[in-house]
Write a protein that binds this ligand. Sequence first.
Ligand code: DAK
Length: 261
Amino acid sequence: MGFVDYEVDGQVGIITINRPKALNALNSEVLDDLEGVLNGVDLDVIRCLIITGAGEKSFVAGADIAQMSTLSIEEAAAFSKKGNDLFRRIETLPIPVIAAVNGFALGGGCEISMSCDIRLCSENAVFGQPEVGLGITPGFGGTQRLARIVGPGKAKQIIYTARNIKAAEAYRIGLVNEVYPIEELMPQAKKMAKTIAKNAPIAVRASKKAINDGLEVGMDEAIVIEEKLFGSCFETEDQRYGMAFFLDKNKDKVKEPFKNC
Ligand code: DAK
């Protein structure tokens, strides 16, 4: 695909936003290509996705300011919807998605990383929501996801001041899960993705859905969501095999891969 590459490594899919001349900024073409790549992910095979940016300087430097600068009100709303639909799709994909943030993650770049389940970043990563300095609000879910991840107080500070934050601060406030030297970022992201892929896929998917859906409702409703998804794992081949393997207590036996059924 033009601005987005896709590579498969066993049960892990790696999506690379590849527009390094513009620091991987998101224009409509990049969003279309990303949607095309997501459409092609084989969910019967792939158990975890990684999203990263091409090069060592930038993950995604935001929505394309040059393209956005001339949008009419209607076009801006359409652009925002395109991004929001896509980011929501990433967030609700049945499989986990890891953002491997290899540099600038500003505006739409920070927002796409926040639509992923887990954020790993390199030491040179820079996060921020600079939109109010451009005369707009965050438009790809930043006001909502940042507040949910780091809490409303920190989110408001980051958004109102439009101040960029470095990897160490992003880690301290819980915006990223881990920070690595740049050369270790992709190996570590793949290692984590492969660890996830080894676990029972039905249970991993159900866990993702339980966390995501549960966060949108009150605790009484949330716990019922968990009960139902917990129940849905039973009588699956993976649940039977996983529990039987534990109960067998045969130390010489090698655990077979889960079959996803
Ligand atoms: N858009 C377009 N081009 C960009 C870009 C961006 N966001 N970021 C960088 N580039 C381009 C630069 O223009 C430059 O292009 P050439 O001049 O070489 O042609 C090239 O990438 C290299 O950038 P620099 O020369 O600036 O590189 P530096 O190392 O000096 O600086 C930087 C790196 C990341 C600090 C700087 O490029 C920068 O500040 N970039 C802009 C970052 C930013 O403000 N991002 C947030 C964008 S706003 C909405 C929908 C969506 C959104 C909001 C509302 N609705 C419709 C409601 C989302 C908004 C955003 O994401």
